[in-house]
Write a protein that binds this ligand. Sequence first.
Ligand code: CS2
Length: 486
Amino acid sequence: MTRLSSATLAGLPADIVRPGYDRTAVRPGVVHLGIGAFNRAHQAVIFDDALTAGDLRWGVIAASLRSPGVRDQMMPQDCLYTMLVRDGSAEQARIIGVVSEVLVAPEDPAALVPALAAPDTHIVTLTVTEKGYKLDPATGALIEGDPQLAADLASLAAPQTAPGFLVAALAARRAAGLPPFTAISCDNLPHNGTRLRNAVLALAARHDPALADWIAAEGAFPETMVDRIVPATTDADIAALADRLGVEDQAMVKTEPFLQWVIEDKFCGPRPDFGAGVQVTAAVAPWEEAKLRLLNGAHSGIAYLGGLAGIDHVHEVLALPEARHFVESLWDEAQTTLSPPPELDVAAYRRELMARFDNPTLQHRTRQIAMDGSQKLPQRLLATIAARLSAGQGIDALSLAVAAWVRWQAGVDDRGEAHVVDDPLAAAIAARLADAPSTEARVDAILAFDAVVPADLAGNAAFRAALIRWLAILEADGARAALAQL
Ligand code: CS2
């Protein structure tokens, strides 16, 4: 079938929104690392809005740090793709034209550095997932034993990691007399800007202490909170869109109407006049903490409990009254640990979150959210639990979510069906659990895993007791039974 492209754009049905600017006049002011579906439905749309508003400095050169998949979807389409916004029976389609090129870093690492070092590049955004920063989830220190990071520590001639690319490009900018770019981490990590800065400075210092000092003095790494639910695109989504467009779009993304990007007001160079969905503010941490502990914490609980129960999608899990009760209980617990920004009405935010989770047209898979749990649990659930325990408060719902994650590591659900534990630490966790003969021993093996469980929780008797209680129920009777006992 004919593909979406510049040549086929004009023939699309009239109700499809098209780029409202001259694509040939756009200059690339942004380089994005990690072009997945989330970026295409979030930051890329914000920069597309800037182009639409008439500021043509904000085109995007995107890079994948891993595989050629997105490049192969987008380049034959002149990098055009459709964003489908779905809510109930309403569906809006908009063609996004902000991306001009997709590079595949492992194929040609040297090509990405000049893009990052170009005078027009003012902003670098990153969605490289939690594990892409090469930082220990529990402590935040550089994982020096990581083979890719070890290579970047040895030489930056052909970088492999996100921090490696940034350091190589910042060195090139400094050598050329250019200012640094503003580097914006858009991953769901607490203090993501500080983490990225720490990773970059630590790596730079190993190669050239003067470079590290320059980056520390001149660079900017704002904190951000990003929010939009973007389920992975399926073949059925692509086929349905082809029926509507009359051409095939292999790079389409589907998402919800909601979009939020809170960015710390800390740029070292130009930035667009951000429009709808973006808040530039002095303090991001309270937003980030509320989002991670309420939205993402509930998401992970729903993913593991729903996944164990053999339920495919978030909205189907929430069709169970006991699952809704679990989410509300988890939020009741998490809420007392927050210092929400004055503008955030937590009760209204919770109601809105539940409605977003209930959106049946998103088809958000529990398996997708279950990925990389070892990287997600510390900020989504464990920090919340530590805060509750130190205030002498209960952790019933929060500890059920963590126990469900432990149970998920066994690789079989409650019906006896096998699943892949998709996680960079899956093998290490499986090895620990393999030698553990009882529920207690499995909990102790997890508590002793200091890459995930921080020291203050590892020795906490109340946490251990709660995990043992829930894991025993999950192992004997399954997730539905555990939910019914909450
Ligand atoms: C989800 C997030 O996959 C996951 O872990 O919890 O991607 C979530 O959909 C986004 O953070 C929403 O902003």
